[in-house]
Ligand binder design. Structure first.
Ligand code: NAI
Length: 493
């Protein structure tokens, strides 16, 4: 009699084919004695009813009750209002960490296996913030903006999860990948919080690596990494690079971990080019399912299935997308059958997986009574010291400066800088800097004023005056936080 319910959405495209093969394998390994997979409706069929979330209310309710969702790939409608279900689900349920394991599998030949270079590492990617908020605006005829949001609590959650996972897996090194040399404040915060979290895990060595160098290192010497923690967009890109190191997306499992709800899925998409032919490779979904079984405490069946999978791969079992082309390619079902036939066997070429959890230990935390506000820094003393005003105008920097100097007469502010696309163009700048029709104009306190002498309303009054002649697209308050500047300088300032 099953004791735990898991919401299950087969997905679109090849989803149904690989999900049914995976569940058949799990049934053969005895998983269904412990787990009931409850089908939920998500994906294309739901989008087609005009539901832009792509999941029914019932599917949302069931997933929230279960706390675990096992899903196949889902198509993101192009051009219509429908948003990616994967992104919606991760954000809506606060699945803040994306965990992926990249491991060379037996029978999956790559340049690294041929060279005898072992590849076996994890990526923990922040899963909610960064540019994935999709907060985008057209600011002028020629300029579009996407806001990149990185928070301290969000960074804390992902780094703590990474270190806890590294400790559970017995890893010795964790790296933080970032671009804090350029994005000193956003990536700087991500890196600072990584270092802060590391203090509670003294047995784990840490290092940081700039994202571009990381990409090269991964290609040249992947064996130097055990776990890499990354912000969202960088993590997205590096994860696919990493999938390439182990044979492609067909072998990349992923877990989206949240405090209340976790989602397990393969990294690849719906593979529209091979749908309905029964030839899709279910390995990535099976591996995602193994991460899920371990997450709920069924480490015994997870080890049994993993050993059988590896034994089958060693024997040359393959689908058409990988392996020794001299051996026949199996269809999805026959590939799953080849694994089932080896349940109870151990692989020869890689260490056997072990685990003895035969009953689910997962307990979903109580449903929160209301949305939580999570905070890292409290009791910070902040004061406005100026504002950045963003203008939609085709004027030249000099002409903008003339107008802005007039606008700030008789206010607490003086014009200190104008930048275009982040590069200072006034009071000094290069004649070679080409400008577009969108400017940032910085106003800072005049001499004689001190932080705390005026409030935000003085900035709003200035905006009001500027707006009489210009289109003000947005503005950012410049503040000091416990005396520390809370804004970046322009390139060239
Ligand atoms: P894709 O991953 O579906 O396909 C890329 C290539 O890899 C294709 O040639 C495909 O045949 C092959 N492939 C992928 N999975 C395979 C498997 N299990 N076995 C054998 N071959 C496999 O990526 P694409 O074409 O960019 O996206 C197709 C659709 O999938 C889009 O609608 C996209 O939005 C969606 N998608 C969904 C994801 C998810 O639900 N997690 C992730 C990525 C894309």
């Amino acid at each position: 009699m099953a004791t735990l319910r898991i919401a299950m959405a087969p997905g679109d495209g090849i989803g149904a084919e690989i999900m049914s093969a995976t569940l058949e394998l799990f049934r053969a390994a005895g998983v269904m004695e412990q787990v009931e997979f409850v089908p939920v409706e998500m994906g294309r069929s739901v989008f087609e009813t005009g539901n832009t979330r792509g999941m029914t209310d019932e599917a949302i309710r069931t997933t929230e009750e279960c706390g675990v969702l096992f899903k196949g790939p889902m198509e993101t409608p192009k051009g219509s209002g429908g948003k990616s279900i994967n992104v919606t689900a991760r954000k809506m349920w606060n699945a803040f960490a994306n965990l992926r394991h990249f491991m060379a599998l037996p029978g999956v030949e790559t340049v690294y296996t041929r060279a005898g270079i072992p590849v076996n590492f994890y990526i923990v990617r922040e899963n909610i913030e960064d540019t994935y908020g999709g907060v985008e605006h057209r600011l002028s005829n020629d300029m579009i903006q996407c806001k990149r949001l990185i928070s301290a609590p969000g960074s804390d959650q992902v780094s703590r999860f990474a270190f806890q996972t590294a400790r559970r897996l017995g890893l010795k090194h964790v790296h933080c990948g970032h671009k804090a040399n350029i994005m000193k404040m956003t990536d700087g915060l991500f890196l600072d919080r990584f270092r802060f979290a590391a203090k509670d895990f003294p047995e784990i060595q840490t290092a940081d690596v700039i994202i571009d160098a990381l990409c090269m290192n991964l290609v040249v010497k992947p064996q130097q990494y055990q776990m890499i923690v990354l912000p969202n967009l960088q993590g997205d890109i590096v994860s696919d690079l990493a999938a390439g190191l182990v044979g492609g997306l067909g072998f990349a499992p992923s877990a989206n971990i949240g405090r209340h709800i976790s989602i397990f899925e393969a990294v690849h998409g719906t593979a529209p080019d091979i749908v309905g032919r029964g030839i899709a490779n279910p390995t990535a979904l099976i591996l995602s399912g193994l991460m899920m079984l371990r997450h709920i405490g069924l480490t015994g069946p997870a080890a049994t299935v993993q050993n059988a999978l590896f034994a089958a791969l060693e024997s040359g079992a393959r689908t058409g997308d990988f392996g020794d082309a001299g051996k026949p390619a199996l269809g999805t079902r026959d590939f799953a059958k080849a694994i089932m036939d080896r349940l109870g066997e151990k692989p020869r070429t890689v260490p056997a997986s072990v685990g003895d959890g035969e009953r689910p230990t997962f307990k979903k935390p109580e449903r929160p009574a209301h949305q939580q506000v999570i905070r890292t820094f409290t009791n910070v003393v902040t004061h406005p010291v100026g504002c950045d005003v963003y203008l939609d105008t085709p004027l030249s920097p000099i002409a903008v400066a003339d107008e802005m100097m007039r606008a700030c007469e008789d206010t607490p502010f003086r014009l200190t800088l104008i930048s275009n696309r982040g590069t200072q163009v006034w009071p000094t700048g290069s004649i070679y800097t080409e400008c577009v029709d969108y400017y940032r104009v910085r106003f800072e306190m005049r001499e004689g004023f001190r932080a705390g002498d005026f409030g935000q309303s003085r900035c709003i009054a200035l905006l009001d005056k500027i707006a009489e002649k210009f289109t003000v697209c947005s503005y950012e308050l410049l503040r000091v936080f416990d005396g520390v500047r809370g804004y970046s300088l322009a390139q060239g300032q």
